[in-house]
Design a protein around this ligand. Structure first.
Ligand SMILES: [Zn+2]
Length: 474
C-alpha cells in the first residue's frame, strides 16, 4: 500500500524559522514545548538560530532536501558570499550535518565579534499581502539580512520583533507602514538581496577591485591606503546608519576593528559580510556597477584627474537634480530618465518635499480610476478595460503604477487561470486518448504539459502517479 504523504506548505523566500514554527504551531498539543517534542523529538531546539541545526529533521518533515532548504530558505549564501570556495564548501558540510557552531567558525563569523541582532524583521505591507493571499503572515529571508532596514518592494521601513526562545512568533498584520525616506537604505537592502542569491567572490580579485576604486577615488595610493580619510568619509556617508550598533562599532574612531582598511589584511578567517556590504555600497553606485567592475576589471585612472567627488555628494547632487525636475512639474517617468535615478528615489524625494507625483494621466478622473482599479483587481485584462473605458492600454497601465498589491494579485490571478487551463487541458486529453500513456499525453498537449512541468510539477507528478500507476496495476 502506498502512503500518501502531505508535506507542510512552504512559501517562496520564507525563512527556516518561519517554516519550522508553523509546523510546530500546526501540531495540536497542549503547549509549544509539547508540540516541539512531537515534531522535532526535542523541546530544546533553538528554532530561531541564524544557521539552524535542525535542517535534517526539517528535511524529512517537508520532503525537501537539506541542500534545497539551505539554498532557498537560509542566509547561508549571504554569509558565505565572500568566503573562498574551499571554506564555503567546508562550512556547507558542517551546516548539512547540523553543526551550527562549526559552520559559524568555518565562515569566520565567531572571530568577527559583530553580534547578530536578536530580532526578526518584517514589512507590514508584505505581511498584509500574505495574510490576504494565503491567510497567514510569514517571515521573509530578504528582510532578515543584516543592515536591511527597508522593504524594496513596498519602499517602507521594516518592523522588528524580538526573538523569543520558547514562543512562536509571526509578523503582525495590523501595523501601518512607515515610508522609507533614505535612499541609502534601499541601496543596501537591494545589494543584500542580490547577495543572498548565491554569488561567490574570490577574495584576491575582490581586493584588487576595491583597491582600484580606492585609488581612483583618492582613498589610496598605489602604495598605501589612506585609512583615516576613508573611514571619515564612510562615517559621513553612513551617518543615517550610525544608530545601528553594528555599523557604529565598525566605524567609530576608537574602533579596534581597524575597519575599513583591515579588509585587506589576510588571515584564514573571512570577514563578516556586512563589512563588504558597507564597502561596496560606499564605493559603487549600485550592485550592477560593482558586478561590472568585478567581472571585467577596472583600470587606474590617469594620474592628473580632478579630485574625486565624495560619494555622499554624488548622491546629494542626483537628489537635488531630482527635486528641481519634480518642482518643474515633470512626470515620474521623465524625472527617472533625466536625473538617472530609480523610481524609488524619485518617490522618496517627492514625499520628503511634499510634492505630488504626476503619475496618472489627466484624462483619468479619480472616480474613473477607482472603477478601473476594482476591475483590475479582479483580473480583467488591460485591453478589455481600455475598450470599456475608451482609454488607451497605456492609460490603464498608468493606474497600476505604485499599486503593488494589485499587481501581485493580478499576477496570481493570471497564474491560477493559466494553471487551471493547463490542468484542464491535460485531464481532458487523457480522456480523448485510446490507450493513454505519458508520452502520448505529452504529444497531444505539449505546451500545457511543459508549462505544468515548469510551474506546477508537484501536481503533474501526483497526476501521473495516481493515474498511470493505476493503469499499470489494472
Ligand atoms: Zn514589503
Amino acid at each position: 500500500m502506498r502512503m500518501i504523504q502531505i508535506s507542510p506548505r512552504i512559501y517562496a523566500g520564507e525563512t527556516i524559522y518561519s517554516i519550522a514554527s508553523r509546523i510546530v504551531l500546526n501540531d495540536v498539543a497542549s503547549s509549544v514545548s509539547q508540540s516541539m517534542l512531537n515534531v522535532f523529538d526535542s523541546k530544546n531546539i533553538q528554532l530561531n538560530s541564524i544557521l539552524p541545526s535542525y535542517l535534517n529533521q526539517l528535511s524529512s518533515l517537508t520532503l525537501r532536501t537539506v541542500d534545497y532548504l539551505i539554498d532557498n530558505h537560509t542566509l547561508f549564501e549571504y554569509y558565505s558570499a565572500f568566503s573562498p570556495d574551499r571554506i564555503k564548501k567546508q562550512a556547507r558540510d558542517f551546516f548539512k550535518k547540523g553543526d551550527s557552531s562549526a559552520t559559524f567558525k568555518a565562515l569566520g563569523l565567531l572571530a568577527n565579534r559583530i553580534a547578530d541582532v536578536e530580532i526578526h524583521k518584517y514589512c507590514p505591507v508584505c505581511a498584509l499581502e500574505q495574510e490576504f493571499l494565503f491567510g497567514e503572515a510569514f517571515w521573509l529571508l530578504d528582510h532578515q539580512l543584516p543592515l536591511s532596514l527597508a522593504c524594496i518592494k513596498h519602499e517602507c521601513m521594516l518592523e522588528a520583533k524580538a526573538k523569543a526562545r520558547k514562543q512562536l512568533i509571526f509578523p503582525d498584520v495590523d501595523r501601518a507602514a512607515v515610508r522609507c525616506t533614505t535612499p541609502l537604505l534601499f541601496k543596501i537592502a537591494e545589494l543584500n538581496s542580490y547577495l543572498v542569491n548565491g554569488y561567490s567572490f574570490d577574495p584576491v580579485r575582490l581586493n584588487q577591485v576595491y583597491a582600484v576604486r580606492l585609488i581612483n577615488r583618492g582613498f589610496a595610493t598605489t602604495k598605501a591606503v589612506k585609512h583615516i580619510k576613508w573611514r571619515n568619509e564612510m562615517r559621513v556617508y553612513f551617518s543615517s546608519l550610525m544608530n545601528n550598533e553594528q555599523v557604529r562599532k565598525l566605524l567609530e574612531s576608537s574602533s579596534e576593528h581597524g575597519f575599513p582598511a583591515n579588509i585587506f589584511y589576510h588571515d584564514d578567517s573571512s570577514h563578516h559580510p556586512i563589512k563588504h556590504v558597507l564597502i561596496i555600497s560606499f564605493l559603487f553606485d549600485h550592485f550592477g556597477d560593482f558586478i561590472v567592475a568585478y567581472s571585467q576589471g577596472e583600470s587606474l585612472l590617469a594620474s592628473k584627474v580632478k579630485p574625486a567627488t565624495p560619494q555622499a555628494n554624488i548622491d546629494t547632487e542626483r537628489h537635488s537634480k531630482t527635486l528641481k525636475l519634480l518642482k518643474s512639474g515633470m512626470s515620474l517617468r521623465d524625472v527617472i530618465r533625466h536625473a538617472n535615478v530609480s523610481a524609488a528615489t524619485v518617490r522618496i524625494v517627492a514625499s520628503k518635499h511634499g510634492i505630488a507625483l504626476h503619475e496618472n494621466s489627466r484624462k483619468v478622473s479619480n472616480s474613473m480610476r477607482r472603477a478601473i482599479l476594482v476591475q483590475l483587481m479582479i483580473g480583467k485584462s488591460t485591453q478589455m478595460l481600455a475598450e470599456a473605458f475608451k482609454l488607451s492600454i497605456g492609460d490603464i497601465e498608468q493606474t497600476l503604477i505604485g499599486q503593488t498589491l494589485i499587481k501581485t494579485l493580478r499576477q496570481r490571478i493570471r497564474f491560477y487561470n493559466h494553471r487551471r487551463a493547463a490542468r484542464q487541458a491535460v485531464i481532458s486529453a487523457l480522456y480523448t486518448l485510446v490507450r493513454p500513456s505519458i508520452s502520448k499525453l505529452r504529444k497531444t498537449v505539449d505546451k500545457e504539459y511543459m508549462w505544468l512541468y515548469r510551474h506546477d510539477r508537484r501536481w503533474l507528478n501526483d497526476f501521473k502517479n495516481t493515474y498511470f500507476d493505476k493503469q499499470v496495476r489494472e
